[in-house]
Ligand binder design. Structure first.
Ligand SMILES: [Zn+2]
Ligand SMILES: [Zn+2]
Length: 177
């Protein structure tokens, strides 16, 4: 949860702004998104006629798994945020706000808080590549034994003749006639 109380900003008139700085901010964003370290970012909150417009950018180190060598690695990802959050309750009267055809709208909760965690989860999840690679030229795994090829050339038993085939080899080596 990365919650910011915006009650004061809601009471201010349209155009009022406030900055929210995330620095060395640790947060869990769900089981499908492994944040490997602190997030940094600067979000600018602006009071609009309807709610609060949030704009800014956030960087986060995400732990991924290489699609070729299956090793974990960390990628620093930056996302841009631009979303409007609408109040659940009228900040002056406390009466629930009816918003037509806006079921998809992001909401300020009934404690006048915005939780940025779901938004950051969604934005950061979208940065996941189809084929994450620990490095562009990752050589992947040995097709024979599965060892990482990044460790250099290696030999294994499969390079030698299979002992079970030795009798067959002897048979083939026998001179004809
Ligand atoms: Zn790799
Ligand atoms: Zn191998």
């Amino acid at each position: 949860m990365i919650a910011v109380n915006v009650a004061g900003l809601l009471h201010d008139g349209p155009g009022a702004t406030r900055e929210v700085r995330l620095r060395d901010h640790y947060a869990a964003l769900g089981p499908d998104l492994e944040v490997a370290g602190p997030m940094d970012g600067l979000l600018r909150l602006q009071r609009t006629n309807r709610g609060i417009l949030v704009r800014g950018s956030v960087t986060a180190p995400l732990r991924r798994t290489c699609a070729r060598c299956l090793e974990p690695y960390v990628e620093d990802v930056a996302v841009t945020i631009e979303e409007e959050f609408l109040p659940t309750l009228d900040p002056e009267t406390g009466i629930p706000v009816a918003i037509d055809d806006e079921d998809q709208a992001l909401r300020i909760d009934d404690h006048h808080e915005i939780d940025f965690a779901p938004l950051l989860h969604d934005e950061l999840s979208l940065t996941e590549p189809m084929h994450p690679l620990c490095r562009p030229d990752c050589p992947g795994l040995c097709a024979v034994c599965g060892a990482p090829l990044a460790n250099g050339l290696h030999l294994h038993e499969a390079d030698e003749p299979d002992p079970r085939l030795a009798p067959l080899a002897r048979l083939l080596e026998q001179p004809k006639d």
